[in-house]
Write a protein that binds this ligand. Structure first.
Ligand SMILES: Nc1nc2c(ncn2[C@@H]2O[C@H](COP(=O)(O)OP(=O)(O)OP(=O)(O)O)[C@@H](O)[C@H]2O)c(=O)[nH]1
Ligand SMILES: [Mg+2]
Length: 303
């Protein structure tokens, strides 16, 4: 995991070595606004998993703050109780430590956990739609955590978030307004329900572990739904798609940076400034240039 985090140049070869061992894990993404109670929920989920003797790995994706691995779960007391249990693995990936960025590193970290034989992988990530890493793209089941008093946000997120949620959690249900937001979310969820799956809305009070068994049941039901519909493979493919995109984007970005520092680019821009050339025509030549200089083995991947 440390190599994956710090050595982006090794990602592809590490992944090639691990690939034959992947394909068995079930991934659960937990996402929601900062402070919604995601980490506390993950702590409660881990306790439930231990009670059922399920081996579980947690990957916390933190876009900014380099938090220490012991402190990522909101409920530290319980985490200390559980830490050291060989049935659990908890790791955070911080954007500052992840050279190349979280979106590059995260899919490979998930594949490494899969290869290491963790049957359940829980991914915690902050904020939907404003963040560089989209947990939806990598999870088999995506849990969106909302809290009372988020009415405006529920209205605003209709388009994006509602469509990606497989399960909604109204956490902090001990607070005023829980019924209101549950009602709002249920109404929206019914409207966007795709196929035969209608995202359930579960109320939780994470520190008290209220609603956790209902949440686990909802996740299990969603998994059973995906399996019955033959959609698990497609969900797993989303992780591969993200991994491939990230590798290609990273390589392209590096190549563009290299070109931008070169003399050819400076000359071309001078010609544009003098109206002897156009940005569009230079851009097309840059693209051709990039294509020509990237020899690759294997069958073509372009139509
Ligand atoms: N009243 C109440 N407080 C809660 C509940 N769940 C979590 N909290 C509190 O909310 C605060 C934030 O909880 P976290 O679990 O750290 O939230 P988070 O979503 O992981 O936060 P970030 O990772 O920083 O985005 C903590 O003080 C928790 O104790 C709940 O159900 N009810
Ligand atoms: Mg957290």
């Amino acid at each position: 995991m440390t190599l994956i985090e710090r050595q982006p140049a090794l990602l592809a070869s590490l992944d090639a070595a691990l690939a034959p061992l992947t394909g068995r894990a079930y991934t659960i993404g937990i996402t929601g606004s900062p402070g919604a109670g995601k980490s506390t929920l993950v702590g409660a989920i881990l306790q439930d998993a231990l009670a059922h003797n399920l081996r579980t790995a947690v990957l916390a994706l933190d876009p900014v703050s380099p938090i220490t691995d012991g402190a990522i779960l909101g409920d530290r007391m319980r985490m200390n109780e559980m830490s050291g249990d060989p049935r659990l693995f908890v790791r955070s990936l911080g954007a500052r430590r992840a050279r190349g960025g979280l979106s590059l590193v995260a899919p490979f970290a998930i594949r490494a956990l899969d290869a290491a034989g963790w049957p359940w992988i829980v991914i915690e990530t902050v904020g939907v739609g404003q963040n560089e890493i989209d947990v939806v793209e990598v999870a088999c089941t995506t849990v969106v955590v909302l809290t009372p008093g988020m009415g405006d946000e529920v209205q605003a997120m209709k388009a994006g978030l509602m469509e990606v949620a497989d399960v909604f959690v109204i956490n902090k249900a001990d607070r005023e307004g829980a019924s209101q937001i549950q009602h709002d979310v249920e109404r929206l969820a019914a409207r966007v329900a795709s196929g035969s799956w209608q995202p359930p809305v579960i109320r939780t009070v994470a520190p008290e572990r209220h609603g956790i068994s209902e949440l686990m049941a909802a996740i299990a039901a969603h998994r059973a739904h995906l399996e019955a519909a033959g959609e698990i493979a497609a969900r797993r493919q989303r992780l591969l798609t993200l991994a491939l995109r990230s590798l290609v984007e990273d390589a392209l970005r590096k190549r563009i940076d290299e070109l931008a520092r070169g003399e050819g680019w400076t000359r071309a821009l001078a010609a544009v400034a003098a109206c002897e050339d156009s940005l569009g025509s230079v851009a097309r030549r840059v693209l051709t240039d990039i294509g020509d200089r990237s020899p690759a083995g294997g069958p073509p991947v372009t139509p």
